[in-house]
Design a protein around this ligand. Structure first.
Ligand code: SF4
Length: 510
């Protein structure tokens, strides 16, 4: 009798935490069907690239990567190649024109259908396309994919618990591909449109927890909501991820409890705009502050974070929690985007410089040591030199601990795409470099002020030098220090000894 050959997969992830989460979930769903994750690309029977299209540069990098995978196909014609995430959603069938050797194109809301499709998909089939830009099979070969049983496709995967999911446009750093197939982060079925309809409301994101016994990561993501209603002029997220939907609170709490019981010390609540959690029409209406309070109370949870927050949706009750929840970490990512009221208005951000500054001031009043990070876009259409300087000036006023800064790039479907007054590339690049120089000095100064202080560090991995460990402080600083490997995954006290713009050096406190 022949032993059945193990099928290996590899997932490459670009983009935000939401994509990392989706990849983790897909990995778990595939493992549930007998696939195994491989780190060796040569051994893979299926390579899936989970993509980000938030910025044009990110989308082009992804397409470049897909083109390079052609080499793999030439070496191994049986290899199946799939693409998911925002590029798949945005481009749909059109992607096959640029990358005709793809076998599968799947938008984020159809990810849970992949394991079923993979049961029968072979290279002689037409490519399968499941996205908002068009679904079906494409190309010359005859399709042999059976109709999916939607009930099965939507059921929670036995033995897998609900995973974290989230991230948002403003958060979408162009991170390098992450292999997610071997992640310990659990997974389960993803929301689909059908499931939304069945729930009786398009505002509910239901991901019922499933059983999970494997250890959870020391630091876990947990999706609480998805989608966005804000339609900022430059952002494709509302078009690609759909309207805001909140998970029922009891689901979130159950998943958080499960993560902590299985070893997570830190949880980051995720969503494109977490502050919209529980808005009227989103299930029972209990708001984000209520959810945060409940999760914070879970015994054994040492660190609680959330991302991303829209500054226009930050009520006093939420601000107050930074002064009352001891495990809510003293770091907040609060996207600014621009420091000029005129540019903010053109972006459709619905707050002013004054309102942003007032929010920062309230937050620092309740938690003076709060570290702030932000996102900034330079060269938005029509941005004048004076308006750009207002942004620089705001960075100097607020003194963010770190920023993620980008040149504006046209994105399809967005309002800004059609706006007049596009800034030439060289000018955008020059503004970006001036802005970053100012911020670099601020960050370095903030870091230098930490020298001599003792910090609690969650040890996440190894530093670059032999014998060195690396971890994060509660205020999100990366710190390297010498220590034994058995401290991985633990909280330790480290005294800061040296400071650079991107990281700190420390010594274990005695
Ligand atoms: S708040 Fe604005 S930038 Fe953030 S996801 Fe929504 S539309 Fe995009």
């Amino acid at each position: 009798m022949h032993e059945k050959k193990t099928r290996n997969f590899q997932i490459l992830t670009y983009g935000c935490q939401m994509n990392i989460y989706d990849s983790d979930r897909l990995g778990a769903l595939l493992r549930g069907r007998g696939w195994e994750a491989t780190e060796n690309r040569e051994e893979a029977d299926f390579i899936f690239v989970n993509t980000c299209s938030i910025r044009e540069k990110a989308a082009r990098r992804v397409i470049g990567h897909l083109k390079r995978l052609r080499e793999m196909k030439l070496k191994n014609p049986a290899l199946l190649l799939g693409v998911g995430g925002c590029v798949a959603e945005q481009e749909g069938k059109k992607l096959l024109d640029e990358v005709p050797w793809l076998n599968l194109v799947v938008g984020p809301s159809r990810l849970d259908e992949i394991p079923e499709i993979m049961e029968t998909l072979s290279c002689s089939d037409r490519p399968v396309v499941l996205s908002g830009q068009g679904s079906g099979t494409e190309g010359p070969a005859a399709p042999i994919i059976p109709m999916l049983d939607k009930t099965d496709a939507l059921s929670p995967t036995p033995g897998l618990s609900a995973p974290p999911r989230g991230g948002e446009a403003e958060d979408s750093k162009e991170v390098s591909p992450k292999r997610a197939g071997g992640s310990t982060n659990p997974s389960q079925a993803l929301l689909t449109e059908e499931k939304l309809e069945k729930s009786g409301s398009r505002r509910i994101l239901s991901l019922p927890p499933a059983r999970e016994t494997r250890p959870a990561p020391m630091s876990s993501f947990l999706t609480i909501m998805s989608g966005c209603d804000n339609y900022c002029a430059y952002c494709v997220v509302p078009y690609l991820r759909g309207p805001e939907r909140s998970r029922p609170m009891e689901e979130v709490i159950a998943e958080a409890r499960s993560l902590v019981a299985r070893g997570s010390l830190e949880i980051t609540l995720l969503g494109q705009n977490v502050n919209s959690y529980g808005r009227p029409g989103h299930r029972d209406g209990r708001d984000f502050a209520a959810l945060l309070t409940e999760v914070s109370a879970i015994e054994g949870l040492k660190r609680l974070r959330f991302t991303t927050s829209h500054p226009k949706d930050f009520p006093d009750g939420l601000v107050a929690l930074f002064g009352s929840l001891p495990n809510l970490c003293e770091h907040l990512h609060l996207p600014l985007q621009a420091g000029s009221d005129a540019v903010l208005a053109n972006m459709g951000r619905r707050y002013t410089k004054e309102k942003y500054l007032a929010l920062v001031s309230s937050l620092r009043k309740v938690r003076p040591e709060l570290a702030l990070s932000t996102d900034v876009i330079v060269g938005f259409p029509g941005e004048t030199e004076e308006q750009f300087l207002e942004t620089v000036s705001l960075l100097e006023t607020v003194r963010f601990d770190s920023i993620y800064s980008f040149k504006y790039s046209d994105r399809p479907m967005t309002k800004a795409n059609l706006m007049p007054g596009k800034i030439p590339e060289e000018e955008k690049a020059e503004r970006l470099s001036r802005l970053q120089a100012v911020q670099k000095a601020v960050t370095l100064e903030i870091h230098q002020n930490l020298v001599g202080l003792e910090k609690e560090v969650l040890v996440e991995g190894f530093g670059r030098k032999p014998g060195q460990l690396s971890g994060r402080t509660r205020d999100m600083k990366i710190i390297n220090f010498d220590g034994p490997a058995n401290l991985l995954g633990q909280l330790v006290k480290v005294t800061v000894t040296e400071a650079w713009p991107v990281s700190l050096l420390g010594k274990m406190a005695t």
